[in-house]
Design a protein around this ligand. Sequence first.
Ligand code: FAD
Ligand code: NAP
Ligand code: SF4
Length: 685
Amino acid sequence: MAQPATEHPASPHPTYPHLMQPLDLGFTTLKNRVIMGSMHTGLEDRAKHIPRLAEYFAERARGGVALIVTGGYSPNLQGSLYPLAGKLTTKKEAKQHRQITEAVHEAGGKIALQILHGGRYSYHPLSGSASRIKAPINPFTPIALPSIAIKKTIRDYARCAKLAKQAGYDGVEIMGGEGYFINQFLAKRTNKRTDQWGGSPENRRRIAVEISQAIREAVGTDFIVIFRLSMADLVEDGQTFDEIIALAKDLESSGINIINTDIGWHEARVPTIVTSVPRGAFVEVTAKIEKYVGIPVCASNRINMPEMAEEILANGDAQLISMARPMLADPDWVNKAAEQREDEINTCIACNQACLDHAFVNKKVSCLLNPRAGRETELVLLPTKRAKKIAVVGAGPAGLSAAVNLADRGHDVELFEADAEIGGQFAIAKEIPGKEEFSETIRYYKRQLEIKKVQVHLNHRATAAELSGFDEVILATGVTPRVPGIPGVDHPKVITYAEAVKAQKPVGKKVAVIGAGGIGVDVSEFLTHDTRPALDLAEWKEEWGVDYTEDNPGYVTKRKPSPSPRDVFLLQRKDTRIGKGLGKTTGWVHLAAIKGKKVNQLTGVNYERIDDEGLHISFGEERKDKKVLDVDTIVLCAGQESVRELEAELKAAGTSLHIIGGADVAAEIDAKRAIRQGTELAAQL
Ligand code: FAD
Ligand code: NAP
Ligand code: SF4
């Protein structure tokens, strides 16, 4: 069994004694138990981006994280995730990486390079894998590598690790999960070979073991080697518990220093990191493995706050905690925890909107909450040389980010909010089941407003007259639900999404939702849950068909969502598939969730009228198939309109005026744009 994190440090931290305890690996010591997990940023592929990458990592190292793991670099061309994706195969490339490793070391951190071979997930025609089986998420079919090519690939891994050492890295992480190359050999699902690399579990894990041994031989003993082990494949015909344990033991014997947790293949139909996954959902599987090895094991996935991290370590479920996206959202996460300023942490809400969703469409990765992430050298918020008196109207995400960042720069800021609480539309979003994390953002801003001494006027609808004494006025008055011109829309059975969710107006047993954008889908989730439950792990496992029974390969079983308390019809006028505009990495989860709740989805709808009978609809240009949905309640989710009622008067008074967020443009407004606009404006004024 691995050493629990309970030996006595010189002076244990008063709140997080396990999290802040150093970890001695024999030849080197990690200063605490926090690893920044690997994330592809889109800056790995070109040498010209190295200075940006160096500053991005250095900012996180200054923030106190013990060990950073880079995004994945391929050990050879075949393993590249896409043409010209980042690889580490030459001394020239290794030399370029020195800027990164030096920046991190200067900042007092340590950094390991992740070695990632895409196998059948590589998006190009030259990909290779264990067997010739196409991945469901990739149009390219890999070749089945002959044994000689497998041996060459093992040597490529070793060369890559050696180059990483020459580049000044403190270690490497071998990506052995997420359904990538090594994982493809490990699981029966993708390994149909009959030679020494396939068949028995021992043969299937041979490549993982030989790569680990070859790397250790190449780098010597004073270099951290982490193996990212898929502890729950979450696909049919994935690894069984016995296979995972046997692999973990063999990895330990091969000289691996740390086993990191990986959960779920990219093609898995079980969500593993989105916001509706309960916090710490997979600690259970890490804890199971931890019992069988003597090297430190690292927990991962949906851990975003120090209390939970501490609890995992204190329980002996793991010896390290890996957090990736939380370090994008708040580079100072560790320092804040260490200084017991956890209420100042900008908590990652697992929305994926500016990180993974960007990565999947080849855009540079950033963070919805922290638009500086990945842009540390460009979006700089320096102290102001001339403090101004600035009014911000509206405390939604746009106004909050502007107010807090302006005050941080030294301006004198007053924030006016018509509502009794801050948050704007985001305060509605946090009421949606599965979006509970959004309340952390409101907590964060509330605390920042206090710290930065912003004068906040709640329950205060600002007027143009009272804004006349300010040097600058920022209109962040956001949006209001659109009320479409459907005959009978003023019928008492019609309410807006804000009235249904925030004001909790009564909703009947049969409901029509007009509009199937992000909000329509969210409201459908709200209506198909009885009450707003706290995220419950047992219920979540049932809903998504996760079953950790040890002889169940891949740990997946039949989904059993709990029945909806209401009949819900979700409608749109377009005849395209519902959910097309949802996030790339989260949309499928929302759609699977409402499908599980048997929401009736109707497209190509014309809204004819609303009366006591219900909602009268027809379909298509010919207005055919007329029918009445005899619903008790109709919830409007038909988009939004900007609130700019103060604009004309302020302009007429010659006010220096700036309009941001939904007040600027209502179409497609989301918190990502709202916070980015608020932050960018704050950097300029
Ligand atoms: P708003 O949030 O509309 O805030 C404007 C504020 O200004 C309000 O608080 C209002 O009371 C105040 N105000 C208006 N006039 C005055 C005045 N004269 N004086 C004082 N105060 C005034 N976005 C995402 O990115 N991801 C999601 O997952 C997501 N989910 C959502 C789910 C739901 C159910 C909803 C409703 C929204 C969701 N959104 C999501 C959208 C996101 O919340 C909005 O895009 C964002 O809040 C817009 O920010 P904003 O600051 O521009 O405006
Ligand atoms: P939206 O995505 O623009 O959807 C509006 C819906 O209303 C559409 O289905 C539209 O479809 C319908 N509609 C528009 N005008 C109408 C009219 N006059 N009469 C009847 N129906 C009409 O906007 P939203 O759902 O309001 O969401 C607002 C923003 O919040 C989005 O841009 C989104 O980015 C953000 N958000 C994000 C998430 C997330 O998970 N990332 C979740 C919620 C919200 P038809 O025109 O086909 O009927
Ligand atoms: Fe977390 Fe969302 Fe930021 Fe990604 S974009 S790091 S998921 S808050």
